[in-house]
Design a protein around this ligand. Structure first.
Ligand code: CMP
Length: 160
């Protein structure tokens, strides 16, 4: 199974959308492996968003993301990174497709509800930056056997 990191951003918290966002991931069948509220400090955000440092919106992005705490999650599932990115939708809220989280709840470029890791290398780096090993929980969820086929579970086990 693959892990990805999600940040439920300050705009979603101010707008009382945390439950709505978490509910979508749970209902899809993704497993919550870690979840916490954390005030993201500018130094951590500068590292997280280093690839945007030359963009005009960078300064505002750091201010917005450090304005109030965020909710951080590690989600696990088969192909979790692409599954979550599809559910999140494209970056700009006004462009994001209806049915996606940003498409349904955002009309902004900046205040777009959620961040999700873009690929496996980035997911590993983001999880390592923002979570301690002991904050990520290893447990079998009761509905696991109903979420994946025997083949999907078997192939995953064979890969280990
Ligand atoms: P995220 O997926 O966290 O990655 C970078 C963030 O920068 C993005 O979500 C938005 O919050 C923000 N962002 C991207 N494009 C713009 C933009 N054109 N203007 C302002 N903020 C932006």
């Amino acid at each position: 199974m693959q892990q990805t990191m999600v940040i439920i951003k300050p705009d979603a918290i101010n707008r009382c959308l945390v439950g709505e966002v978490v509910k979508r991931f749970e209902q899809k069948g993704l497993q919550i492996k870690a979840m916490k509220m954390q005030a993201l400090q500018p130094y951590a955000l500068k590292e997280h968003y280093a690839h945007h440092k030359d963009k005009g919106f960078y300064g505002e992005l750091i201010k917005y993301m450090s304005s109030i705490p965020s909710i951080l999650m590690v989600l696990e599932g088969k192909d979790a990174i692409s599954v979550v990115r599809k559910m999140v939708g494209s970056t700009q809220g006004r462009e994001a497709a209806p049915g996606t989280i940003r498409g349904d709840y955002s009309v902004s470029n900046q205040s777009n509800i959620i961040h999700a890791s873009e690929n496996e290398k980035v997911a590993k780096a983001e999880i390592a930056r923002l979570f301690k090993d002991e904050e990520i929980h290893d447990y079998k969820k009761m509905d696991f056997d109903w979420i994946y086929s025997r083949d999907e579970k078997y192939i995953e086990k064979a890969k280990r």
